[in-house]
Design a protein around this ligand. Structure first.
Ligand SMILES: NC(=O)c1ccc[n+]([C@@H]2O[C@H](COP(=O)([O-])OP(=O)(O)OC[C@H]3O[C@@H](n4cnc5c(N)ncnc54)[C@H](OP(=O)(O)O)[C@@H]3O)[C@@H](O)[C@H]2O)c1
Length: 253
């Protein structure tokens, strides 16, 4: 029977690339996000390439909406073996001194509580499959801090803490937890969301960087980790572009 993979934040960037890649790997993908039209386009694209996918409109900050995602998973045509908690993002690049409480709240709600809510809702199905994999897409911002990144690094540190804690708590059950920590990834919307639609500011982040990661690079990492034999747990995979040796050390030409 076809295994089912759930990908949150599948309407753009890393999530969309991961949905495409997992469908190519043979999963039936439940593609979840808020923007239904974009999900419909993605599902049409996957289907026309010979893959299987279903769009699930879902806001991961809503209990009710996430219950709908769990319901869609229960109706899916196979065991739910993989959950990719990818939905998330950053808002603002302000110092702690003047950062917006609303931005910090949004980042905590989506990255942290969204991951918590979706994971809680899907855990029973993942366990019932006999071999479940939970992927948490955190960030190198979950491993270190940088000026202006206080709200995002706080949220990503918390998301990283969920992955580590969950792995300890689930030990002995047929579930593994994988944390993916990308560095700089050039996706279409991450910077636009961070800078409230300011395309120039968003583009400046990647200016002159030879070969930033693209969404497909991260999808490749996720797919590789998730398709290792079930007894193999890649705890954490940190992936950066070659031009980014550290958060503060980026080569530009
Ligand atoms: N780009 C980078 O440099 C980078 C680096 C490290 C880690 N990451 C992490 O990788 C993940 C994906 O980033 P990306 O670059 O692909 O960003 P993106 O293109 O902005 O994608 C974010 C996705 O999250 C979804 N989302 C946001 N709020 C949501 C909500 N309340 N409910 C459901 N879905 C929601 C969005 O879909 P809708 O708006 O349709 O809901 C979108 O599909 C994020 O967790 C990000 O923090 C990114």
């Amino acid at each position: 029977m076809t295994s089912v993979a759930i990908v949150t934040g599948a309407s753009s960037g890393i999530g969309a690339a991961t949905a495409r890649r997992l469908a190519a790997e043979g999963f039936h993908v439940l593609a979840a996000a808020r923007r239904a039209e974009r999900l419909a386009d993605l599902v049409a694209e996957i289907t026309s390439a010979g893959g299987q996918a279903t769009a699930v409109t879902c806001d991961i900050t809503s209990d009710e909406s996430v219950a709908g995602l769990a319901e869609a998973a229960a109706q899916a045509p196979g065991p739910v073996t993989l959950l990719v908690n990818n939905a998330g993002g950053a808002r603002g690049l302000d110092p702690v001194e003047s950062g917006s409480v609303a931005d910090w709240q949004w980042m905590y709600d989506v990255n942290v509580l969204g991951t918590l809510r979706v994971t809680q809702a899907l855990l029973p199905a993942l366990e019932a499959s006999g071999s479940g994999t939970i992927v948490v897409v955190s960030s190198t911002a979950g491993l270190g801090v940088y000026e202006g990144g206080g709200g995002y690094t706080a949220a990503k540190h918390a998301q990283t803490a969920i992955a580590g804690t969950l792995r300890l708590e689930l030990c002995g059950r047929p579930l593994r937890v994988i944390e993916i920590d990308p560095g700089m990834v050039k996706t279409d919307e991450f910077g636009l969301v961070r800078f409230e639609g300011d395309a120039e500011r968003a583009a400046a982040v990647y200016a002159g960087v030879p070969g930033p990661l693209v969404a497909e690079d991260v999808a490749d990492c996720i797919a590789w980790c998730a398709t290792r034999p079930e007894h193999v747990n890649i705890d954490r995979l940190v992936v950066r572009p070659r031009a980014q040796a550290a958060q503060h050390k980026v080569h530009r030409v």
